[in-house]
Design a protein around this ligand. Structure first.
Ligand SMILES: [Zn+2]
Ligand SMILES: [Zn+2]
Length: 144
């Protein structure tokens, strides 16, 4: 494991610190209304990891959790309000927002929930109407 990559991350104030080890299972952009409303930004740049890859190294007691649905447990720092990551229990994955781990080269492969977009991105990457079929979606792609 010594040669596995480790990417450090921290909340806005530094109270919560974590590291993630290995490589993500997937990277892309989510255009859903929930990500937009939660993040106050037009899209969520996500990186998906096996939960075992994530280790909170400081400030675990300061992590708040909110789940509007059983699919997404959104985590933030209760001191500064800075967002951290979202757990997706039914997929056994955790979305560590790309902005939280700047050491990782962000290589988005797909756009998901593009039917809800407010920011069209003409990058030639596949635009899934909702989610890939293997993640319980329709698997339908939309034009750019
Ligand atoms: Zn903080
Ligand atoms: Zn989303």
């Amino acid at each position: 494991m010594a040669n596995e990559n480790t990417y450090p991350g921290a909340c806005f104030c530094g109270e919560v610190q974590f590291q993630v080890t290995g490589e993500p299972a997937g990277m892309g952009y989510c255009h859903c209304e929930s990500c937009r409303h939660w993040s106050a930004g037009p899209v969520n740049a996500f990186t998906l990891w096996n939960p075992q890859s994530l280790q909170v190294t400081r400030g675990a007691a300061s992590i708040g959790t909110f789940n509007k649905t059983p699919r997404s447990y959104r985590k933030w720092c209760m001191k500064c309000g800075g967002h951290l990551f979202t757990e997706h229990p039914q997929w056994n994955l955790v979305d560590i927002y790309a902005a939280m781990i700047p050491g990782l080269k962000f290589s988005p492969g797909v756009h998901v929930n593009y039917q809800e977009t407010v920011l069209h991105i003409h990058d030639g990457k596949p635009k899934m109407k909702d989610l890939p079929a293997e993640m319980g979606g329709s698997g339908v792609t939309l034009p750019q």
